[in-house]
Write a protein that binds this ligand. Structure first.
Ligand SMILES: Nc1nc2c(c(=O)[nH]1)N[C@H]1C(S)=C(S)[C@@H](COP(=O)(O)O)O[C@H]1N2
Ligand SMILES: [Mo]
Length: 314
């Protein structure tokens, strides 16, 4: 049992005493008032330690890692709010179902099955991979993710010749998450990849970051990470995977097909209809960086698109 949520931690339990006391002194308020100001105890990010073997290029870049506080404090996770700081406030209050079950099915799966997270985590050794992450909104981060290639899980379902695409579905609980009306997008959040993209060794099934299990706001307990595509392809908190024959619908394409395509490979040559994609703001840096084609992973992935017009297939 590797994943275990810490029960009922109080703010003072997870905040080093001196920091906690200093903050109280700084606020100039009583202990009772400080407790009222504190994050409710249900909102503690409950992560546990997760060991993983470091990896070499191309599975890790040598760029400076974005601090944990940024990675876990500035997020896109519309189920928990549309503002970048909302998920860090709201997602920790969500109680991640335990056991976490993932259904793998579809006409392309000869061995459809339901697997729980503990079984999934035993499919391959955990690796730490330091990937660039580029959001379509032109900010980027560098994240030490923990997990392994998604292919290890897909193989368990024995893909057959009908498996042309892989469709992913996020968990959705209307009681703990925003409504579709509030978020402005369809729930459950859905994403998809072509089979070769999903089987590419860079595509990651991810259970952690920075040496610990995923904070809820980063997609606990299990997400996908596709480093050469815009961030919205990296779907969070998944509980269903389908091997299908046709290109599956995807949430942002449904919301606005002119702005968000199925492929969504990072491409500085093709602008978003409302802004340039030529440069990006690496969070924490002052000057903008030039965006790299395929987010810098071209050697590993460009071949998959050799015969495609990436302007049409944006
Ligand atoms: N289920 C779900 N997955 C999601 C999103 C979302 O709103 N819901 N946002 C996407 C977007 S736009 C980005 S940039 C990344 C952000 O991942 P991070 O918060 O771990 O950096 O998650 C992606 N996965
Ligand atoms: Mo994004």
């Amino acid at each position: 049992m590797i994943i275990r949520k810490q029960p009922d931690l109080r703010y003072s339990d997870v905040t080093p005493q001196d920091v906690y006391l200093n903050r109280r002194r700084f606020l100039g308020v009583s202990a009772a008032a400080a407790a009222a100001l504190a994050v409710p105890r249900s909102a503690q990010a409950a992560t546990t330690k997760l060991n993983a073997a470091k990896t070499q290029p191309p599975f890790s870049v040598s760029e400076k890692e974005t601090p944990f506080s940024t990675i876990s404090g500035y997020n896109n996770f519309y189920e928990f709010g549309t503002g970048k700081e909302d998920p860090a406030q709201l997602a920790p209050k969500w109680r991640v179902p335990d056991p976490w079950q993932v259904r793998i099915e579809g006409p392309g799966a000869d061995k459809p099955q339901t697997m729980d997270l503990n079984a999934i985590m035993k499919l391959a050794p955990l690796e730490e991979r330091i990937y660039r992450h580029r959001c379509v909104e032109a900010w980027s981060i560098v994240v030490p993710w923990i997990g392994f290639s998604l292919s290890a899980l897909l193989k368990v379902a024995a893909p057959n010749s009908k498996a042309k695409y892989v469709a992913f579905t996020s968990y959705y609980d209307g009681k703990a998450m925003l409504s579709q009306g509030e978020a402005g997008i369809r729930f459950p959040y859905v994403e998809g990849l072509r089979l070769d993209e999903a089987m590419n060794s860079l595509t990651m099934l991810c259970m952690g970051l920075y040496g610990q299990t995923l904070p809820n706001q980063n997609g606990a307990p299990l997400r996908i990470v596709v480093p050469w595509k815009y961030g919205f392809k990296s779907i969070k908190s998944i509980n269903k995977i389908s091997l299908v024959e046709n290109q599956p619908p995807t949430t942002w394409n449904i919301a606005n097909s002119r702005e968000y395509g199925f492929y969504s490979n990072v491409n500085p040559e093709v602008d978003h209809p409302r802004w340039s994609q030529a440069t990006e703001n690496r969070l924490g840096e002052l000057s903008r960086r030039k965006t790299l084609k395929f987010n810098g992973y071209g050697d590993q992935v460009a071949g998959m698109y050799a015969f495609m017009d990436l302007r049409k297939n944006y």
